[in-house]
Design a protein around this ligand. Structure first.
Ligand code: NDP
Ligand code: MG
Length: 385
């Protein structure tokens, strides 16, 4: 049997995408890259294509198609452009794992298409499960597609439950760094600039998730992601602030025992585990040294200051298209904050307003999600103007 993983990396030019290629490069006998995709960074896409020799590349921003095509003209690499090409390439016969490292809602449709053609998913794009977790996990069961978590917290939980499948989970404990503004109160957050919010204490990530970490929306999205990945109830998911980001998350079983997964914050580890599960490949990533961390500390999240976490719990509790509204409103609010159009605290106001105003759909289809996403983006922009 061919044990080599043939990988499509959606979003190969981003933070997760480039780290995934680092993992691939370390294990050339086990991984081959079939597809690479980028949105705007066509120069890096071309460089990656020359180095990793995929079968196909996609540049979703069609304005860059000619440049990519010309740069790869002499090579045996197909070049496609546009969003719809993503849905096409994930179905290619040669691909057996799709790593979804796109940012935001853009991951939903290509992930659904990959699942429908029976591919395994290494899921970094948490927004896919936030928007349509019930539908996506149901499709994955129907098509026997495995969804392997890349997000460090979910990878930690996944690692804790290996060998425990017959033992019910009592509680998932998601750890959160607390972001750069941990400990501050609302009055102290009024004047926050994007430069301050873009400085994460422990992780170097793309801009959108870095802002989500500062507002605690990232943890809210991860609560929803955990619910769909592990099938627990909302009241079984607890968030604990752990500023050192060494314990990546924990599982409590019905006898009261808690298992934790630890390590230095380095996304290559969970990316690699998603690609090698159930095996572990030898790697020389820096090791954790207990002597360097005399204290690992824990505290309760402050959901009064960081309202987004509570908004996410409430959206999941309400169900239907509410998590989809939450996600779309957040994407717009974060993007407008990054353009200096709204303040840091107003991000939560926009989300709460959209949740109150966009029409509720109890049992949404894929089409309903697409419409809710559109409607919410329009509403959020109206609220901001
Ligand atoms: P980045 O912003 O660094 O990278 C995003 C990638 O997706 C880039 O390749 C970008 O292309 C491409 N892209 C962006 N928008 C679109 C679009 N509309 N259509 C198609 N392609 C697009 O993000 P991250 O790598 O930080 O995050 C990716 C996902 O992984 C997110 O869902 C995030 O929440 C999740 N995640 C990230 C972690 C991290 O450490 N970074 C940790 C855990 C989860 P280009 O650059 O060419 O424009
Ligand atoms: Mg995470």
């Amino acid at each position: 049997m061919d044990k080599v993983k043939h990988i499509a990396i959606l979003g190969s030019t981003g933070s997760i995408g480039t780290q995934a290629l680092d993992v691939v490069e370390r294990h050339p006998d086990h991984f081959t890259v079939e597809v690479l995709t980028a949105q705007n960074n066509w120069e890096l896409l071309v460089q990656q294509a020359i180095q990793f020799k995929p079968n196909t590349v996609v540049i979703t921003n069609e304005d860059h198609y000619d440049k990519v095509f010309d740069a790869l003209d002499s090579r045996d690499i197909k070049v496609y452009a546009g969003d719809s090409a993503l849905s096409h390439v994930v179905q290619m016969e040669d691909v057996n794992v799709v790593l979804t490292a796109l940012v935001g809602y853009s991951g939903l449709v290509p992930t659904v298409k990959a699942i429908e053609s029976g591919k395994d998913i290494a899921l970094a794009n948490k927004e896919t499960l936030v928007v349509a977790g019930e539908l996506v996990t149901k499709l994955a069961m129907e098509h026997k597609s495995n969804i392997l978590p890349v997000d460090s917290e979910h990878s930690a939980i996944f690692q804790c439950i290996v060998g425990e499948y017959q033992n019910p989970i009592e509680k998932l404990i998601l750890t959160a760094s607390g972001g750069p503004f941990r400990g501050r109160k609302r009055e102290e957050l009024l004047q926050i600039t994007k430069e301050q919010a873009l400085k994460h204490p422990n992780w170097d990530m793309g801009a959108k998730i870095t802002i989500d970490s500062a507002t605690l929306m990232n943890k809210g999205l991860e609560v929803i992601e955990a619910k769909w990945l592990f099938g627990t109830g909302l009241d079984q998911i607890e968030v604990v602030v752990h500023p050192q980001s060494i314990i990546h998350s924990m599982v409590q079983f019905e006898d009261g025992s808690i298992k934790a997964q630890l390590g230095l914050p380095d996304m290559r580890l969970p990316i690699q585990y998603a690609l090698t599960f159930p095996d572990r490949f030898k790697a020389d990533y820096p090791r954790f040294d207990f002597a360097q961390y005399p204290q690992l500390t824990f505290e309760k999240p402050d959901t009064e200051t960081f309202r987004n976490l509570q908004l996410a719990y409430d959206a999941l509790g309400k169900g239907g298209n509410h998590p989809c509204i939450l996600n779309a409103a957040n994407e717009i609010a974060v993007s407008e904050f990054l353009k200096d159009k709204i303040g840091f605290l107003e991000i939560s106001d926009v989300i709460a307003d959209c949740l109150a105003k966009v029409s509720f759909v109890k049992q949404p289809s894929l089409e309903d999600f697409i419409n809710t996403d559109k409607e919410t983006r329009i509403k959020a922009l109206e609220l901001i103007k």
